[in-house]
Design a protein around this ligand. Structure first.
Ligand code: SAH
Ligand code: SF4
Ligand code: F3S
Length: 434
């Protein structure tokens, strides 16, 4: 028997990276690696990276700098850069960071064990035709109460600002039979909530199934109490998916549906292929199907060519929708994307707009939280809360809730009454069952 080796994986970026990191950890466990919670003493370090904005990509190099003393102290430690920066920069990473041994793109993770066994510096940014998930073992043991399950990878939308179609490749849907099998196994290991993931998850079309059909089949799994999905594109909000929000009780009343901008001129320049009004109509239909649904969005502020009038149109859209929360980013020019060469909005102007947008969204978020006070709802306990005797979890609307419940256990789905709203969480009291 070889000695036990330790792997430390750091995950940047989106939920799909979180899911991928788990699958890589399981593949490495099969090779005799146990997970370490710090890089010190690890035999292998993997940085699962994100390329979406410049800051995210640059972080990789500062983290590598921080790992340098560890590598100097232990030259046998292997360092891998995987994920979207690996895909985008490939061999450049080996040139720029001599301490890196492996560079592996998102579609080649199943080949990491063989690359490690070969023991040479290597780059694998191919997008092989096979599905990596068919060749990556599943984790074992208990899962968390709320888990992710990637059902779709890649994107064919080519929004003019976005690297994802290049870093993740073309849109591919996993077969529904595999997903259902994996979901049943996750529920068997303790999962009560599954979030279906994809860069464009509602474009799912595995074996001709729609996402709505997949959700309906998943809802029949005994013990699976909650289903969510993210991230969706407005143009793929089909009638059957909207109907599912009204008909499938397990489908939670919260939807992340990024609109990016409220200006038709900017939406066109972004290649989003829908108008602000089309987005508002979808929101109206979702609310007709499921009146208590909460929406969230992503916004890009300071996209090339954005005028004050365009920005006002975005604020108008935000006022018209009333979001439960939203993520907003200053536009970041990304290499290889069509918008990268366009004239930028001055930093100071973009920063000022970002602050104004965030102030509006924060006010809406506070209002949505405050509106929950007094309501009876359910919380899925995920872990002990911050204070002794507390449990923490999420409401159906994806709000963090803490409950004084010394006997509470992770994985319990409990009825509660919301008693107070703080800026980032709700307090609740547990109610008797039934
Ligand atoms: N597939 C999702 C988004 C994936 S990226 C969708 O289509 O909505 C997550 C978010 O990052 C995007 O919604 C966008 O708001 C932001 N983003 C992507 N590229 C960006 C860029 N170049 N600059 C700033 N923000 C960006
Ligand atoms: Fe990027 Fe999303 Fe647009 Fe695809 S749909 S290109 S992932 S922003
Ligand atoms: Fe980032 Fe890649 Fe996800 S660029 S947001 S990790 S798909």
């Amino acid at each position: 028997m070889a000695d036990v080796r330790k792997v430390w994986i750091k995950t940047y970026g989106c939920q799909m990276n979180v899911y991928d990191s788990e699958r890589m950890a399981a593949a490495l466990a099969a090779e005799g690696y146990v997970a370490a919670d710090a890089p010190e003493g690890a035999d292998l370090v993997l940085l699962n990276t994100c390329h979406i904005r410049e800051k995210a990509a640059e972080k990789v190099y500062s983290d590598l700098g921080r790992l340098r003393p560890l590598k100097a102290a232990n030259p046998d430690m292997k360092v891998g850069v995987v994920g979207c920066v690996a895909q985008a920069e490939g061999a450049e990473i080996l040139a720029r960071a001599p301490m890196v041994d492996l560079v592996v793109g998102p579609q080649a993770y199943h080949r990491i064990p063989a690359l490690l066994r070969a023991g040479v510096r290597a780059v694998d940014t191919e997008m092989p035709p096979e599905d990596k998930f068919d060749h990556l073992p599943q984790s074992r043991g208990r899962t968390a109460p709320a888990v992710f399950l990637t059902v779709q990878e890649g994107c064919d939308k080519f929004c003019s600002f976005c690297v994802v179609p290049y870093t993740r490749g073309a849109e591919v849907s996993r077969p529904p039979a595999r997903i259902l099998e994996e979901a049943r196994a996750l529920v068997g290991r303790g999962a009560r909530e599954i979030t279906l993931l994809g860069q464009n998850v509602n474009a799912y079309h595995g074996d001709g199934w729609t996402l709505a059909r997949l959700i309906r089949e998943l809802a029949a799994i005994p013990g699976l109490a909650r289903i969510r999905y993210t991230t969706s594109h407005p143009n793929d909000m089909t009638d059957d998916l909207i109907a599912a929000h009204g008909e499938v009780p397990q489908l939670m009343p919260y939807l992340h549906l990024p609109v990016q901008s409220g200006s038709d001129r900017i939406l066109k320049a972004m290649n989003r292929r829908h108008t602000a009004d089309a987005y508002l109509r979808i929101v109206g239909r979702l609310r007709a199907a499921r009146p208590d649904i909460l929406l969230s969005s992503d916004f890009i502020v300071g996209f090339p060519g954005e005028t004050e009038a365009d920005f006002d149109a975005t604020l108008d859209l935000i006022r018209a929708v009333g979001f439960g929360s939203a993520f907003s980013f200053r536009y970041s020019a990304r290499p290889g994307t069509p918008a990268a060469g366009r004239e930028a909005v001055p930093d100071a102007v973009a920063d000022d707009r970002l602050q104004r947008l965030q102030a509006l969204v924060t006010a809406q978020q506070r209002a949505a939280q405050a509106a929950m006070v007094g309501r009876v709802t359910e919380v899925l306990y995920e872990k002990p809360g911050r204070l002794p005797g507390q449990m923490g979890g999420k409401s159906p609307h994806l709000m963090a809730v803490h409950v004084d419940d010394p006997a509470g256990r992770p994985g319990e789905l409990v009825p509660v009454r919301i008693t107070a709203a703080a800026p980032h969480s709700l307090a609740a009291e547990r109610l008797p069952a039934g």
